[in-house]
Design a protein around this ligand. Structure first.
Ligand code: IPD
Ligand code: CA
Ligand code: CA
Length: 264
């Protein structure tokens, strides 16, 4: 198998995310028409579809040997590094004119995140990184926070559209009630990719969510690792299965006390 330079892949991811982001930004606050996919809370717009078409075209030109998996068109991973793309992460925000959405392009190698970039066009902010080679936010090196105690921690979470309204035991409401009094505060801003980037750059001290997809997490999880953070499965505390997406990401220092609250 040919070897791929992770830093070079992260730079390609950033170039492509920026180009797609410029295109997506043209539709922001236009109140685009939405279509429901799986549920009333799982949306797609013409801008998601056009963004993924552009991402696929640009990635195929730059890395013709790598497989591409995207949220809207699917695809199959290979044994080599595989691109995982979310053409708009935070589509509900985008559709409502909220600025917290991003284009997320990451690499999984044998199922584990190794490189990626995330671009939030309405925030004019990007993150890029490769595991073992550090992470940057808008060109400046970034790292996870040094927060030691849950009392001092700002945490993010999200609520999967798949488990809303169903009374599902893993719908995250019970976990939210448990964590809320233990930390300084919790944010729920609606883009898993950006939540992970904000752990990587030390804004958040940790983030958790259940039932994410690999295109939500591939880039952001690579950034957390590249920035010195820690990941674990919310199911059993072991390595994350990115196909299942039960994820706790943190600065490492508060990982175990938070995991003790979240992991059965
Ligand atoms: C969603 C966002 C949201 C998270 C959901 C994801 P989408 O992705 O990342 O923050 O809570 O689980 O599905 O649908 O906007 O690409
Ligand atoms: Ca997503
Ligand atoms: Ca999406």
């Amino acid at each position: 198998m040919p070897t791929f330079d992770r830093v070079a892949l992260s730079e390609i991811a950033l170039d492509v995310a920026r180009e797609a982001g410029e295109q997506v930004l043209r539709g922001w606050r236009s109140r685009p028409q939405v279509e429901q996919k799986g549920s009333y809370a799982d949306l797609v717009t013409e801008f998601d579809l056009a963004s993924e078409r552009l991402i696929r075209k640009l990635l195929a030109e730059r890395t013709p040997d790598l497989a591409i998996v995207g949220e809207e068109q699917g695809g199959t991973a290979s044994d080599a590094p595989t691109w995982y793309c979310d053409p708009i992460d935070g589509t509900v925000n985008f559709a409502h004119g909220h600025a917290f959405f991003a284009i997320s392009i990451g690499v999984l190698e044998r199922g584990q995140p190794t490189a990626g970039a995330v671009f939030a066009p309405a925030l004019d902010t990007y993150w890029r990184g490769a595991v073992g080679h550090g992470a940057v936010r808008n060109g400046k090196p970034c790292q996870v926070s040094a927060t030691e105690h849950l009392d001092d921690a700002l945490i993010a979470t999200g609520f999967s559209p798949v488990m809303r309204r169903s009374g599902h035991p893993e719908d995250n409401l019970a976990a939210f009630v448990k964590v809320m009094p233990a930390v300084r505060d919790i944010r729920r801003c609606g883009s898993a990719a950006l939540d992970l980037c904000l752990v990587a750059d030390g804004t958040y001290d940790a983030y958790w969510e259940r039932k994410l997809s690999p295109w939500d997490t591939a880039a952001g999880a690579a950034l957390v690792l590249a920035a010195g953070g820690m990941l674990s499965s919310l199911r059993d505390g072991g390595p994350v299965n990115f196909a299942e997406g039960y994820l706790l990401a943190s600065n490492g220092r508060i990982h175990h006390p938070l995991a003790a609250l979240l992991t059965p």
